[in-house]
Each structure stands twice: as C-alpha cells, then as structure tokens.
Design a protein around this ligand. Sequence first.
Ligand SMILES: O=C([S-])c1cc(C(=O)S)c[n+]([C@@H]2O[C@H](COP(=O)(O)O)[C@@H](O)[C@H]2O)c1
Ligand code: NI
Length: 383
Amino acid sequence: MKVLFFDCFSGISGDMVLGAFIDLGIDPAYLYAELKKLNLSGFRIEAESTMKKGISGTRCHVVLEADHHHHRHFNDIKEIIENSTLSDEVKNTALAIFMRVAVAEGKVHCVPVERVHFHEVGALDSIVDIVGAAICYHALKPDLVYGSRINVGSGWVRCAHGLLPVPAPATAEILCESNFEMYSKAIDGESATPTGVAILAELATYSPTTPSFIPEKTGYGFGGKDFGILNALRIIQGRKSESNTIMVVETNVDDMTGEMAGYVLEVLLQSGALDAFYTPVYMKKNRPGIHLTVLCVEAKLELIESIVLKETSTIGIRKYPVERTCMHRHFKKITTPLGEVTIKISQQGDITRATPEYEDVKKIARESGKSLWEVLEMVEKLK
Ligand SMILES: O=C([S-])c1cc(C(=O)S)c[n+]([C@@H]2O[C@H](COP(=O)(O)O)[C@@H](O)[C@H]2O)c1
Ligand code: NI
C-alpha cells in the first residue's frame, strides 16, 4: 500500500503543498496542463529546485500575470470547478477542500457559506493551490495519507482584515472542525494558513506520532517566509504491507427508500470501502429493513462512518475490527484472438487459482456477440 505522511514541523500552506508534491516527483508541466482544464487564464506556476538551510527542495509559487484581485464568492468558485474538464475525483476533492475554507470563513465573518468571498490575493491563488493539491493527490493515488501535529507559528499576521492573531481565525476554525493537534514552536509569525490546513484536513488522517511504514522518498516544499528555522512541508512517501485487521461497520435501517439504499452503496464503494452490502432483516414491529455491512481499512473508518451517518437514515453505527486471511494476488495479461484479458492469480501455500477479470470478459462478449460462456471457455484454454 502506498503511504504519504505530511510532516508539518513548520506548518503548511497551499504553495508548500504544491512544492512538496513537485519535489516528490509530480511533473510541474503535468500539473499546469491539468490546471488549464479550469479554463482560467492569468496565472502560471513557478517551481524552482533550490536549497534552504542546506536542504534541497522545491519552492513553488503561483504567479498571477494580471491584477487578479477578484472577490469571488464560494458559489463562483464551485461553478468554475464543476464546469471544468477535470476528472470527477479531482473536482470532488477540490470542492471538499474549498468547503472547509468557506465554512470556516462563513463562521468567522458570520455570513452564509454561499456568500463567503475569498478576497486575499484574489481567489485565483486559492483555486490554483487547492485544485493543484487535488490534482497531485489523485496523480499519486496513495492508499493511506497521514498528517502530523501542525506547527501553526505564533504572534500576529497582517492580512486584508488587518492584524490577526496566529493561527488566523479561519485557520483556527478549520482546525476546530478537524481532529488535528496544533502547537507552536520556534516560529514568530503565521506558518499554517487556512488553505494549507484545509488541504491537510481533507486529504490526511491525523497521526499524533510518526506512523509506522517503510519510507521510500521525501519531498520538501518550501514556504516563502524566513522564520530562521527550515520553513518547509515535508511529505514522506513509502509503503506498508496490507494489514490483516480491517474494520466492519454495521447498521440496521427500516426507513430508507430503495433508491437511497442503492445510492449509499455506490458512494461507499467509490470512497474506498473494501466492500459494502445489504442483508434483508426483519426489525422491530416486524418492519422489513436492511442490515448494512461495510468493510474498510482502519484509516478509512472516519470517512466511512461519516458517509453512513450522512447518507442513510440511521442514527447509530456498530463497528469492530476483524482479522482476515487474504490469498496473495498478482495479475497477468493474456492475448486472445478477440482481445486482451487480465487474469488474477491467487496463491496460498499449494493452492493456486487463476480467474479471468469479469470486466474484460464482458467487454469481449459485448464486442464479439459471443455469449459470456463462450468467451470464458476460450480464455480457460489459453490462461
Ligand atoms: O481572505 C480572508 S477572508 C482571510 C481570512 C482570514 C481569517 O482568518 S478570517 C485570514 N486570511 C489570511 O490570508 C492569508 C492567505 O491565506 P491563504 O490560505 O489563502 O493562503 C493568510 O495570511 C491568512 O491567514 C485571509
Ligand atoms: Ni477572513
């Protein structure tokens, strides 16, 4: 499993996130090409490999080419993202990050979320940082993302509202809605910004201690300010073998429509549940109901629970860890006269099983007009 660990020893901001992802290997040209799908002009990305405090890393900034002091409202930003040609997963992640900032700003300034405006540096800067972070995250496709405690800095910061205490009110609100721990050490000034903290809270699970995984490479994204200590976000990428302990999340409901039930399973599976299924049950007062079971890795538990509470009619959840035994799996491709088929090979001790991937077989059956049986028989002879 691919793991990312956001190490926020000198805080986190939007440009530090982009710098760290680029330092980790994301091609800035790819990032820029993806950002162009927003159909916005007037910006470019400058990513420079450089040294700070004797450490090599990347300083990335979004350069606004014209005077872009737009006061865009949250709804305008939503429209820009929704109307773009970015993938749905990037759009959803970016919108979720923006929502965290908008909810916090709305709370601080006492305005409804849709009327929140992003006036600092113009909204373009925030759009590029947030959408850019979502693009990099989905390009790396991590299985697990952890974040450390956040060094937020201390003192005061000057922004459009005048002098604000550190952490800035919006940053503090975003932190209140997450379970990340903040602290302040060796920094006089603002080291964690609303954008940076919102990205972290959306992408990562808080890990109070350094998580256990095998590190493989590091990316340093430098901040623009000089605090006297290394001002960087470090992302450590590594791997972890799949845990044999997974979580089971369950609930019973008797007051959901069939349409809602179908939708919930879709959302759960798209959000990374290992499996999600229903069992018909009879509940109190002989009401026919459904027993929902979701299987997920522990790092996804918080997300899965929030989806079950948000999308079903339940008001409670049961959860427990279970041990599982998985056969070792690998894949090979075979070429048949009708097209390529992926074969999954599962092994455990002296047991070996080779099974063709259903989607490949289905595609060949659809395209050739043969029955699924005929295609399976053909693959069986070749695998
Ligand atoms: O733009 C607004 S409304 C704004 C609000 C706040 C509050 O805490 S309220 C703070 N700031 C400061 O703006 C800069 C830029 O932040 P980004 O997250 O956009 O990089 C930073 O100093 C914030 O604390 C702006
Ligand atoms: Ni504000």
